[in-house]
Design a protein around this ligand. Structure first.
Ligand SMILES: [Fe+2]
Length: 407
């Protein structure tokens, strides 16, 4: 008699929201009824390839080893029942006997009743600026007193990750101000993406600069490294020193600006989702060039990224008749980027680290007086994947704790 539930085909924990009560099947389709009355249908082929047994998944890695093309035929269902442990048992005519499915996993992957097959991890919240606005700010002074992946670290990271996923920005405060400590801060989330500017880059006025960022002039609203095929999804700027006059940071939600453009001037919006601008750096030792629309949408028509940096835009190379409408759309967007209602302004304090979505937010900087003091930020890039993965790990840890408590 089997009294324990089977593994799921992953490393996650799947609390049981409802029990399996009844099962019926045809050769290709299986239907279950749950204790709360919901009915879910699963295709036999889907069940076969998502089994967790050793013919389907490598037990060491939990990665699939089953190759569907090696099955002797379509995996038709010949039997199904709910066992004593509450697992779904399915018998297939081909290659294996019966396979067991974890009810919590099965319910969580109920594609028959899924409203949105790819729900966002955290819903996107657009934001606007103004004099009262400031980024979500969190005290992270205890971060380095916590062990990685423990509950105390999670208490600091979880709300930070949530702010980045929903608003594209968070400001952590009270962090160390030792040079290079950004490396350890970033690695609490995930690996850093190195670029030609290094693993970490120093944002301060320096002689012989290879970017406008390394001068004391004002920078217009921009995303970093639009010259890359895949421009970095995240940027972290960590303040080590700031005693200069000026140099206030400015941030805008590029998605809020783009949505406002869609509303006010749909033609300009559509133009900017189609025209492929040239982004090119003109550095002495590197030569990055990429062509892309300024606004990109996902398969649902939702905003995926904005790619804006006037000082890195190369000569437009598009069909002759489209040039004027492209520039009209661009100038409409540029005027909106200057509207104070979109911008938040703040001054970096030593020990602040601002984490922001570089494919959503635009950042800018006022000019500062290079001789009035010192302004030293260190920065690095990461990918959006790292924030999403880390946030899922937090959710996984919470589910696991919930399971342990229930047991
Ligand atoms: Fe920048």
């Amino acid at each position: 008699m089997t009294t324990s539930l089977p593994l799921s085909p992953d490393y996650d924990a799947w609390p049981i929201e409802a029990d399996l009560e009844a099962v019926s099947f045809t050769s290709r389709l299986l239907t279950v009824r749950w204790s709360d009355g919901r009915e879910s249908r699963y295709h036999g082929i889907w069940l076969r390839e998502n089994a967790a047994d050793e013919t389907t998944v490598n037990p060491a890695t939990r990665e699939r080893i089953l190759d569907l093309s090696t099955l002797p035929g379509w995996p038709e269902i010949t039997g199904a029942e709910i066992d004593e442990a509450g697992a779904l048992c399915v018998n297939f005519v081909t290659d294996v006997g019966y396979l067991r499915f974890h009810p919590g996993w099965l319910r969580a992957h109920d594609y028959d009743n899924a409203g949105d097959p790819e729900p966002p991890l955290v819903p996107v919240t657009l934001w606007y600026g103004g004099t009262e606005a400031s980024p979500d700010s969190l005290d992270a002074s205890d971060l380095f007193d916590t062990e990685p992946f423990c509950e105390a670290e999670e208490a600091i990271l979880a709300p930070a990750l949530m702010s980045v996923l929903s608003k594209g920005i968070v400001r952590l405060r009270g962090l160390p101000t030792e040079p290079d400590s950004l490396k350890a801060i970033a690695q609490r989330i995930g690996p850093i993406r190195p670029t030609n500017f290094g693993l970490l880059f120093d944002v301060k006025a320096k002689p012989d600069p290879d970017s406008n960022a390394y001068t004391s002039i004002a920078l217009p609203p921009h995303t970093d490294l639009p010259t890359r095929e895949y421009h970095p999804g995240l940027q972290i700027l960590h303040c080590l020193e700031n005693s200069v006059e000026g140099g206030e940071a400015v941030m805008l939600d590029g998605f809020a600006v783009a949505e406002a453009l869609r509303e006010r001037d749909p033609k300009a919006f559509t133009t900017l989702t189609r025209v492929r601008w040239c982004y090119a750096n003109t550095a002495r030792t590197t030569d990055y060039v990429w062509y892309s629309p300024m606004i990109r949408l996902d398969h649902r028509g939702e905003l995926l990224e904005v790619r804006i940096a006037d000082f890195l835009r190369g000569p437009l190379q598009i069909p002759f008749d489209e040039v004027e409408s492209a520039y009209e759309a661009l100038m409409t967007l540029q005027r909106m980027l200057r509207e104070p209602g979109f911008a938040i302004r703040f001054t970096y304090e030593p020990g602040d680290a601002v984490i922001f979505d570089n494919r959503r937010l635009l950042h800018a900087r006022d000019a500062f007086e290079g001789t009035s003091g010192h302004r030293w930020l260190q920065g690095c890039y990461m990918e959006r994947d790292e924030i999403r993965s880390r946030y899922r790990m937090v959710q996984r840890a919470r589910r696991r704790r919930r399971l342990t408590t229930e047991v």
